[in-house]
Design a binder for this molecule. Structure first.
Ligand SMILES: C[S@@+](CC[C@H](N)C(=O)[O-])C[C@H]1O[C@@H](n2cnc3c(N)ncnc32)[C@H](O)[C@@H]1O
Length: 249
């Protein structure tokens, strides 16, 4: 039976963290692209919501003023790599303990498909952003192979299920209605990189908490639904996300 994502992630956090520790560079391009799109400047305050284990921190410029990791599932944040002025904030995404107009860049990477009403997060992002601040939203798009992989394959072989509410044709208008101006909006093919195909199967099994399928079956699922393509690594698992940048005027 499908449980709430808060319940699921309090159980899934350890395996997710293990996947990210075993293969720290697999999602490198996904994180780099988020920061490139957000157009980082010197000495900015970055809010990462939801942060998971704070994986984005490793990709931030060294002169970042402050990294604020906002996470709903405390089990995730035990290994968060923090600098002196950084903080972890345990809170829901629609009521974040951060002052109004205080953040330069708010990043939500792969975290909005858990939100039934994304407007509540968009309004909160608008509140905490400084004028001129940017929201970078990146998540799976409805109807893509990533949607199919997560909601069909993971939904079937994760005993807790997966029912992501992915981005769709209403997302840009929803962001605009919450007080931000959409600056760019693009579905982008990226790859997750590995040494071997087996590694990609192990990574997906851990990252998505796929407990009802063997590593070989997970690999067969990724091969059939996602596929592999040329890229920077030896093995490049095809993934895609919609990256949206919206600015507060
Ligand atoms: C796929 S992870 C993404 C984490 C991180 N941004 C990354 O890219 O690895 C999804 C995140 O959503 C959080 N989450 C789960 N349920 C949620 C909910 N109902 N509201 C907000 N965040 C939730 C999880 O705790 C987790 O951090």
């Amino acid at each position: 039976m499908f449980q709430s994502y808060e319940q699921i992630f309090s159980k899934r956090a350890d395996a997710y963290q293990k996947a990210m520790e075993l293969y720290p560079e697999a999602r490198q391009r996904e994180f780099q692209l988020a920061l490139e799109r957000a157009g980082m400047n010197a000495a900015e305050v970055v809010c990462d919501a939801p942060s998971g284990g704070g994986y984005l921190r490793a990709y931030l410029p060294s002169d970042t003023r402050r990294y604020l990791a906002v996470e709903t599932a405390p089990d995730f944040t035990g290994h968060c790599p923090l600098g002196e002025r950084d903080s972890i904030i345990h809170s829901p995404l629609d009521n974040i303990a951060i002052e109004d107009n205080s953040v330069d860049v708010c990043i939500n990477l792969a975290g909005s498909h858990h939100l039934e009403d994304k407007s509540r997060f968009f309004r909160e992002a608008t509140r905490i952003l400084k004028p001129g601040g940017r929201l970078l939203l990146a998540d799976a798009e409805k109807g893509t192979r990533v949607d199919r992989f997560l909601n069909e394959f993971v939904g079937r072989y994760n005993s807790m299920g997966h029912e992501g509410i992915f981005l769709d044709e209403s997302t840009a208008a929803e962001i605009t209605a919450c007080g931000l101006e959409v600056h760019s909006d693009e579905l982008i093919d990226i790859t997750w990189t590995f040494e071997t195909r087996d590694d990609s199967g192990i990574f997906c099994k851990l990252l998505f908490g796929i407990d009802l399928a063997s590593p070989a079956d997970v690999l067969a699922g990724t091969e059939e639904i996602l596929g592999y393509m040329p890229g920077p690594g030896k093995v490049n698992l095809a993934w895609n996300l919609r990256y949206i940048v919206a600015i507060k005027s």
